[in-house]
Design a binder for this molecule. Structure first.
Ligand SMILES: Nc1ncnc2c1ncn2[C@@H]1O[C@H](COP(=O)(O)OP(=O)(O)OP(=O)(O)O)[C@@H](O)[C@H]1O
Ligand SMILES: [Mg+2]
Length: 350
């Protein structure tokens, strides 16, 4: 099974919710749509599900256009954010729903429901109504209901967002393990970067109806192509590049190969890539800096540093160090920092 999205446009009146979206999804992948509220994640999922009709473009399943296939005939499993169970049906009856619609025989349904309840670890809860189940249990039943019909594609729209943090974390791993065991191709919408980073094979970063970048968690973190992606996935220092090529008031040797004659306007460096030294141990060429603030976060310490000679409007530099105790670091304390050129990412061009 492969899914191909080609030039999909969706408008709501004057608003373009999806603006020429192209995407390929391979068999067995878990792909996350990640982006801020209103960027079009749900709309794209609904177009794929057939619950929304695109104004232009195509959705192809194994090369065949789905345009004429209504949602109920696409054989996709869908789970929404919350409250998606039938309140007057117990867990088992909820799971049986899609099978009844497909006119399965009664004993076959019974066996399948038992199998699904086993799969989600709720074998003892078959007779409970949704109101008698916890939020996490309800979402597992919703998942089982979607999976019962053996769908070609599983579509999840923020399935964990209504749950509290602990339950959410547990379910992330459960859903991911289940998805891998069944080998079912899955698309999951989220605006939680941690959820996307922990669960997805690939992440699709969306912004204002467009795809900004697609990649694995590591690709997006190590090689963000835009400031938006760099700031949405993890933390990053965004530093202006002066017209003469200066960064933090100093000419930096940006790796020539990546520039290809173009001139960067903004570069980024992750806080853990900033090298921090005591002033007496400063290597040649290091920049002088003063501590503005030290923030102890347990496993790591953040240092907010003002680089000497940096242009007035530049933001302070954030450095993160593991296993460092900031005891005795006072504001104004001197440090030396290095910005390794190999760790600098161009985020915007002139
Ligand atoms: N039925 C509709 N009628 C009019 N506008 C809509 C409709 N559905 C969505 N929109 C608009 O389309 C844009 C994209 O909405 P969408 O629901 O896809 O965003 P989203 O990325 O899922 O956001 P969230 O994270 O808040 O769920 C929004 O500006 C929204 O207001
Ligand atoms: Mg949404």
């Amino acid at each position: 099974m492969t899914l191909a999205i080609r030039g999909v446009v969706k408008r709501f009146g004057a608003l373009t919710a999806l603006d020429a979206v192209d995407l390929d999804i391979e068999q067995g992948e878990l792909v996350c749509f990640l982006g801020p509220s209103g960027c079009g994640k749900t709309t794209l999922l609904r177009v794929i599900a057939g619950l929304e009709t695109a104004d232009a473009g195509a959705v192809l399943l194994d090369g065949a256009d789905l345009i004429a296939t209504p949602a109920r005939l696409r054989n996709f499993g869908v789970v929404f954010q919350s409250y998606s169970l039938f309140p007057n049906r117990d867990a088992g009856e909820n799971i049986a729903y899609g099978l009844e619609c497909r006119r399965w025989a009664k004993d076959r349904i019974r066996a399948r429901v038992a199998e699904m309840l086993q799969l989600i670890g709720l074998a003892d809860h078959a007779g409970k109504l949704p109101s008698q189940l916890s939020g996490g249990q309800q979402q597992r039943v919703a998942l089982a209901r979607a999976l019962a019909v053996d769908p070609a594609l599983l579509l999840l729209d923020e399935p964990l967002s209504a749950l509290d943090a602990k339950v959410r974390e547990g379910l992330r791993f459960e859903i991911r393990a289940l998805q891998q065991r069944l080998g079912i191709t899955t698309i999951m919408v989220t605006h939680d970067q941690e959820e996307a980073l922990t669960m997805a094979d690939r992440i699709v970063v969306m912004r204002a109806g467009r795809i900004e970048q697609v990649g694995t968690a590591a690709e997006l973190y190590d090689h963000p192509e835009t400031r938006f992606v760099a700031e949405f996935v993890g933390r990053i220092n965004v530093l202006p590049v002066a017209p003469d090529g200066g960064v933090c008031g100093r000419l930096m040797a940006l790796p020539e190969g990546r520039l290809a004659g173009r001139r960067p306007a903004l570069v980024g460096i992750r806080p853990e890539a900033v090298r921090v030294h005591a002033p007496e141990a400063a290597p040649a060429g290091a920049l002088g800096a003063q501590l503005e603030q030290a923030i102890f976060l347990g496993n790591l310490t953040q240092l907010v540093l003002r680089v000497e000679g940096a242009p007035e409007g530049d933001p302070p530099l954030l450095a993160e160090l593991h296993g460092l105790r900031p005891d005795g670091f006072a504001p104004g304390a001197p440090f030396a920092v290095e910005l390794p050129p190999a760790a600098l990412r161009v985020l915007e061009w002139r």
